[in-house]
Ligand binder design. Structure first.
Ligand code: PLP
Length: 402
């Protein structure tokens, strides 16, 4: 018997129960994994997804799969979204959204500080297809007001942004985008739905790399786009079914399993990040600590307004970062010197400003000066995990010592 969904209200209850039902045949309490690529249908069905019968939800797993469907329902519930479409990675989700919505001649106004994969896609691939890309510092609202026009199809922000933890005011930017007849997409990977639910603040789309906090265990790649309306149909028919970046049901199952502990993990990530950030703020080797939870963060007030949790990402600026990176990679004992983030294990990585600017970021002149005033030659980006914070502080302290 289906349970009463009205009682699945709180975010912790949603993380555990949304999208799931005990198996109707066996009574299994934990979700099954349906790995089948194809499904036996009772009546002959169309051979193309465009002729799908809504009463036959499962025909072929690139179109739809029951395990992926459970994950989509759980994520939609957490983000308070009408619909969720999952993909094989965060970049598959990002490219499905951008390539499904944007046409030649459209304008994309995009934050000049993004995950480098997104920045490279915007800088290298979209202009080739005739999309005019306008990178600006979206943390400063007058920039957004000046950049957005009737030609703007979409505004893209990432908040907090990789790797300098810069924030954007989602509600204010949604208003500016809508006044110009445009839409707003938010990459909310660093925040997770526990910290921020951009659709409730006026955004039209939310994008996640599920590989990070949402999966949380560093063992499954995935991505998601959430939103409502007919554009989501296009993102499904074109971005998912034609482009084909389908998530494996096994990864969907692992990520769904990870979500049950997401609210508790985010609490612990925040607690540990605060302890490490406060320790490093007093460390003589550290020039600056960037963490939205610290009162010293220039947008701490916006973080407190728009985030229910400051998340676990901390970046630090030190002198000689390039040289120090080699030492840290050799000498850290608890942190893993590795890319990625949002796992239960602490990760650290040197992100050089020169490399970002030459290979992906599209910033120059005063925008570059502003970026350099925050990041200098680069930052160590830390994804603070679930270990004992004293051990994390001791590890970084020993590796920073002469
Ligand atoms: C903010 C952000 N968005 C998107 C992505 C891309 O996600 P994936 O690696 O799952 O493709 C990343 C990856 O690090 C990221 O940090």
């Amino acid at each position: 018997m289906a349970r009463d969904k009205r009682l699945i209200r709180g975010i912790q209850t949603k993380a555990v129960h949304a999208g799931e039902e005990p198996d109707s045949v066996t009574g299994a309490s934990a979700p099954n994994i349906v790995m089948s690529s194809t499904f036996v249908v009772k009546e002959p069905q169309a051979f193309s997804a465009s002729g799908r019968d809504p009463n036959t939800p499962y025909v072929y797993s690139r179109w739809a799969n029951p395990t992926v469907q459970q994950l989509q329902e759980k994520l939609a519930s957490l983000e308070e979204a009408e619909r969720c479409i999952c993909f094989a990675s965060g970049m598959a989700a990002t490219s499905a959204l951008l390539f499904s919505l944007l046409q030649p001649g459209d304008e994309l106004v995009i934050s000049d500080t993004n995950y480098p994969g997104t920045a490279e896609l915007a800088r290298q691939s979209l202009p080739r297809l005739g999309v005019n890309v306008v990178p600006i510092d979206t943390s400063y609202l007058p920039n957004v007001e000046n950049a957005v026009s009737s030609k703007t199809r979409l505004v893209w922000i990432e908040t907090p942004a990789n790797p300098i933890l810069r924030l954007c005011d989602i509600a204010a930017i949604a208003d500016i985008a809508h006044d110009a007849g445009s839409e707003l997409a938010v990459d909310s990977t660093f925040a997770s739905p526990i910290a921020t639910r951009p659709l409730t603040m006026g955004a039209d789309y939310v994008v996640h790399s599920l590989t990070k906090y949402i999966g949380g265990h560093g063992d499954a790649m995935g991505g998601a786009v959430l939103g409502s309306g007919t554009s989501m149909d296009l993102i499904e028919s074109e971005g998912l079914i034609h482009f084909g970046g389908t998530i494996s049901p096994f990864n969907a199952w692992l990520i769904q399993r990870g979500i049950a502990t997401l609210p508790l993990r985010m609490e612990a990530h925040q607690r540990n990040a605060m302890a490490v950030a406060s320790f490093l703020e007093k460390h003589q080797r550290v020039e600056a600590v960037l963490y939205p939870g610290l009162p010293s963060h220039p947008q701490h007030d916006l973080a407190s307004k728009q985030m229910d949790n400051y998340s676990g990402m901390v970046s630090i600026r030190v002198s000689d970062g390039e040289v120090l990176a080699k030492k840290l990679a050799r000498e850290l004992k608890v942190f893993h010197y590795a890319v990625s983030l949002g796992h239960f294990r602490s990760l650290i990585y040197w992100i050089s400003t020169e490399e970002l600017v030459s290979s992906s970021y599209h910033i120059e002149g005063t925008q570059l000066d502003a970026y350099r005033s925050i990041a200098g030659d680069g930052v160590f980006r830390m994804s603070i995990g679930l270990e004992d914070p004293d051990d994390l502080c001791a590890d970084i302290d020993q590796a920073l010592s002469e």
